[in-house]
Design a protein around this ligand. Sequence first.
Ligand SMILES: [Zn+2]
Length: 375
Amino acid sequence: MAGFTYRRLACDGRARTGVITTPRGEIRTPAFMPVGTAATVKAMHPEQVRATGADILLGNTYHLMLRPGAERIARLGGLHRFMGWDRPILTDSGGFQVMSLAGLRKLTEEGVTFKSHIDGARQMLSPERSMEIQRLLGSDIVMAFDECTPFPADEGVAAQSMRLSMRWAQRSRDAFGDRPGHALFGIQQGSVFPDQRAESAEALRAIGFDGYAVGGLAVGEGQAAMLGVLDYAPGMLPEDKPRYLMGVGKPDDILGAVERGIDMMDCVLPTRSGRTGQAFTRRGAVNLRNARHADDPRPLDDGCGCPACRGYSRAYLHHLTRAGEILGLMLLTAHNLQYYQDLMGGIRAAITDGALAPFAAATREGWATGDIERL
Ligand SMILES: [Zn+2]
């Protein structure tokens, strides 16, 4: 069985482009991972997701352990077979969503006990249980179990939380064991404190992981604070392993993160926005619910090759969205995922050419220009 490897192909400033090789296929980086929370990228067939250029999906341990259950998915042949996606899957550890979704949480050194937000059943997650669930799912990239430090946190609280996460990182490593072809990523914590970020990076390096995430961001701190941490935090992590920023983000956040050395990202934004009538385009965000589109026969984005832009008018997309038609959600989700993957493709090509700065400037100028003139 082939192993899990990361190879850098080119750098431009702090930005890197490369390729992660897994037994289930290659992941071109910088990569954007669509989110398939409940074993589905909402409103999309797996083959459509692949057609947008996505090399890897994200699945959520917390949701899948509650429904339909990790043991059940394992009996049915694993998450890839269950959902009909044969390429790489990354699963989160469940830690973040326990803190954001579950009821009656109790956090101890051992782990977290909580009540399911679905049926109130008592559940437990620990580093060992999270590793077991992610193994049952058959995840290609497994995330260490950590505590996502809330923002803002004062220095003492952040340090205590970070050190707990580092002890859990060691337990995750021990429980993961040796699984050729599967990767385990550690997660750096330390909030907005450089000393703590350094201490966390040092602890993770000592344990040794196949990749490293910058954790504790995209939790409400705002773009300026996030980019402030990304100015130094990725540089503390090993250069020869992939770096993952969890839960990011808007197109401009993605560009900013790549410019600071991030290789992988995921976010519900393109799919969730697609279900509320918001589209991301080369000319910025467009709200299809707006009445200005009601009589507009032009495509949403004439530079886009997705089904929504190739086959339909803004007027039709507006109508579907306003009428709450399912096809509207499907088309706008398809468009948004296509836009994100086109952006990533452009970013990778620009890094290869040593031209990320002009690419980023032109891309931001397009967003700032705003939507096409109304008819
Ligand atoms: Zn499109």
